[in-house]
Design a protein around this ligand. Sequence first.
Ligand code: HEC
Length: 154
Amino acid sequence: MKLQQKLVKVVGAGLVGLLFSAGAQAQFAKPEDAIKYRKAAFTVMGTHFGRIGAMVQGRIPFNAQMAQANAAIVEELSRLPFDAFPQGTNTGDTRAKAEIWSQGDKWKTQSDNMVRAVAALNAAAKTGNADSLRAAFGQAGQTCKACHDDFRRE
Ligand code: HEC
């Protein structure tokens, strides 16, 4: 009986630990770790987004399966960078502007807009229809640009 109670406690604590480490409260030991993380997430997301771009712009042939694979990755990654903007990490090897924290509501709206737009892109990719994909790509691209214009240094 006692052993069982102990086990429940240990397993319970493990689960709580998992929830915290996987949740939105991403923790970074140093500001430069957060900067590295978000840039890496943006880079990978941007790479797969760009592959869809090459397709919808006719630089490579349309391939429904490839579009789906890329769009799924973009959606999966779209939330990651935004967990890695701890207050005041706009100095160092980063192009993040200080307005990210002074205009937090606008920042949040623009990140939500992007997350929603790439979910729509993923849905469009699943239809296998090139025209839907092109339209959704255009809309998602605008959400990237809007935020870069406001919150990313040249
Ligand atoms: C809510 C704001 C926001 C949205 C939306 C956004 N970005 Fe960014 N992006 C940033 C900021 C800020 C940086 C600069 C990060 C840094 O240097 O620390 C950045 C940097 C990048 C980088 C460069 C990463 C590097 O290694 O320097 C790429 C690539 C990128 N974004 C792609 C995209 C794409 C593609 C989308 C849309 C699908 C997008 N971003 C949407 C804010 C945003």
